[in-house]
Design a protein around this ligand. Sequence first.
Ligand code: GLV
Ligand code: MN
Ligand code: MN
Length: 410
Amino acid sequence: MIEIDRERLWRDIETLAGFTRPDTPWTRRAFSPEYDTARRWLKAAFVEAGLAVELDAAANIIGRRAGSEPGLPPLVTGSHTDTVPAGGRFDGIAGVLASLAFARALEASGTTLRHPLEVIDFLSEEPSDFGVSSIGSRAFAGKLSAEQLAMTDPSGETLAAAIARVGGAPAALAEPLRRMGDTAAYVELHIEQGRVLERAALPIGVVDHIVGIRRLSLVVTGRADHAGATPMDARFDALAGAAKVITAVETLANAMNGKPHYVVATVGKISVSPNAANAVAGRVEMILDLRAGSNDVLTDFPELLMTRCDLGALGFEIAPISTAPVTDCAPEVMAAIAAAADRLGLGHRTLTSGAGHDAVNAAFTGPTGMIFIPCREGRSHVPEEWSTPEQLYDGARVLAETLLALDQSL
Ligand code: GLV
Ligand code: MN
Ligand code: MN
């Protein structure tokens, strides 16, 4: 009998969430000292749960439990342990710790699956200081490019150097670490980060697809000048131009959304130069985060944006940073999740993920699905992010039941 230890799971959430920058809860940025401490704690917890721990070339932490049938690919589960700045206590770690709870339950009951089980803490899922997100799972699927490995953070460190610093081997990342068929199935539990489940008063969401995400750099160039001595008709104000761009992004996304696809677009990061109260801005760099239920929208949006921004004599350039296509979850994994919830007497519905996940990349290695649990008011990427012990426990039980069923059926 597999029993998830509800109290232990909750205690683990409190412990792992507690590895935060003390001045800015809940912040555990990838590659930071807090992240390093948290991951050392996690490795020890994996070992205690009977998992053999290794770091792959992308510095993903992999806890492995052997299966009974030689030659079968692993069932893989997990998520990430990094956070956005001033983020929440559940985004990411809920999935890692629910997976750990399953491994612990197998160990406690002496259960051996047919397939090996792998619990993975993927490196750096949130947009990192290098401008790339889902670093570990991208590399897992062979989607971390040489250009991305060469990107630098504000201190000048390259992503490749940072991966090496945390124990990875960036030179080995030109090839995929896993290929299609290397994973029997990948199942990730995550908080919903929206209000669909809460509104429907349902404990379980079965994800049907994950939106595609494109990140683009938007650069407006003008000319830095004295804010007092430069007349209004002699300015090339890059920040005034950037304001027009941001408004155009919002207008365009509003116009495209629901016709028929889900479309959202956000400029959430901006850097102004020289960024002085008494200087006209000469250059503005922004990051556009574009998400849609259609790959065509992701492709067409930048050109449409360009045609809608009349910036006069200012320069305006759009350059791609990263693209993750729309990801369809595998019908057999979705069915296994729904059946598991049914067996446990837990209500469920299908829903779409507007957030990106490591599952997007895992889907390049085998059939993939996601289990969502509700979070209060749908809020996430904020310190108020919250799910209850009961919601987490229900999700962990569905994860365990799903993996047990897939172990038999695959
Ligand atoms: C990941 O949290 C995302 O940005 O969707
Ligand atoms: Mn997140
Ligand atoms: Mn997440």
